[in-house]
Design a protein around this ligand. Structure first.
Ligand code: ATP
Length: 308
């Protein structure tokens, strides 16, 4: 078995002059849970669907299971399970029937009742797939992507619109599969939850991978280690005579430090210069979501308001 189950080298793709993927080089190791995160429009779906052979990049190479993705044809899907972001379920077919159909198509013998029960879908077994609620449909799509003894499972936002109990179940289930030697690639916007469950991750923005690391090495490798949050701050942040990475929200200031001291010193400056109260300032160790916002967070402008 290959050490790297997916290898993307310099992959690019544009739509009408917009670079959805801009020279992506990324390796996913066999047997890991890999999380791909990024803001809306970052290029995650384009990348995943290129890996799945559903979109054709303009440039670069993608290898999956050690071979070019284009060399597999339909056989690929016996080894690769996919839950697409936009997926339509057939009409007039029940949950039980579709599970049976998938197992037939993938040549696997399974007990649909048992699988349906494992996913907490037993009360819907006789319902048409199209009549399910949004979250229940996603659970069913996940279940379908896992049918068969597939080595690699790529899931595009599997927890989107899913309640907390079911999200916990999904992550537990994915970890169980990882324990069985399967590789799982997930995109999601629930970042801290994904971080807690992953082995490695990459952050994408504007078609590029901007940071990648493992959960274990996250804190030592992230360029900023602490975030400071200042509430009730309505001054113009561009007037601050202090060098620290900043983002301004509506009345909230976010600052990022390589260590705690940098932020503490900034807070002392704010106290002295702007009489900011202790109760309005908080420091915390950086989380995955904080790092995401450090790289991709936007500045808000407060209509010329500056009480300074
Ligand atoms: N079929 C398409 N035709 C034209 N433009 C596309 C197409 N698919 C994606 N794009 C554009 O490519 C860019 C990347 O889109 P993509 O769907 O890959 O992002 P994403 O990171 O998956 O976003 P989200 O988190 O919103 O799902 C966006 O600018 C999007 O508008």
């Amino acid at each position: 078995m290959e050490d790297n189950i997916i290898e993307c080298v310099n992959v690019s793709k544009s739509y009408n002059g917009i670079k959805a993927l801009d020279g992506v080089t990324l390796t996913i190791k066999t047997g890991e849970i890999f999380v791909l995160a990024g803001p809306n429009g970052a290029g995650k779906t384009t990348l995943l669907e290129s890996i799945e052979g559903l979109r054709k990049p303009d440039n670069g190479t993608i290898k999956i299971f050690g071979k070019g993705v284009e060399s597999f044809g339909k056989q690929l899907y016996y080894r690769l399970g996919v839950e697409l972001q936009e997926n339509s379920l057939p009409k007039k077919i029940t949950v039980y029937e579709i599970v049976k159909l998938y197992s037939y198509l993938l040549n696997v013998i399974l007990n649909p009742d048992e699988l349906i029960r494992t996913f907490g879908l037993d009360e819907y077994a006789k319902k048409y797939c199209t009549d399910l609620s949004g979250g229940t449909k996603r659970k069913l799509l996940l279940l379908l992507s896992l049918i068969g003894n597939r080595e690699l499972i790529i899931l595009d936002e599997p927890t989107s619109g899913i309640d907390p109990q079911s999200r916990r179940f999904i992550w537990e289930y994915l970890r169980k599969l990882r324990g069985e030697g399967k590789t799982i690639v997930v995109t999601t916007h629930s970042l801290n939850e994904a971080f807690d469950n992953c082995d490695r991750f990459a952050l994408m923005n504007k078609g590029k991978i901007i940071f990648q690391s493992s959960r274990q090495n996250f804190f030592s490798e992230t360029p900023v280690k602490y975030v400071g949050i200042v509430n009730n701050f309505h001054k113009d942040s561009s007037n601050l005579e202090y060098e620290i990475p900043l983002q301004k929200g509506y009345g909230t200031l976010y600052c990022y430090g390589k260590n705690e001291e940098e932020i503490k010193n900034f807070f002392i400056y704010l106290q002295k210069e702007f009489k900011v109260g202790n109760e309005d300032m908080v420091i915390r160790k950086i989380s995955f979501e904080d790092l995401f916002l450090y790289y991709t967070g936007i500045e808000f402008k407060e209509d010329g308001k500056d009480e300074n």
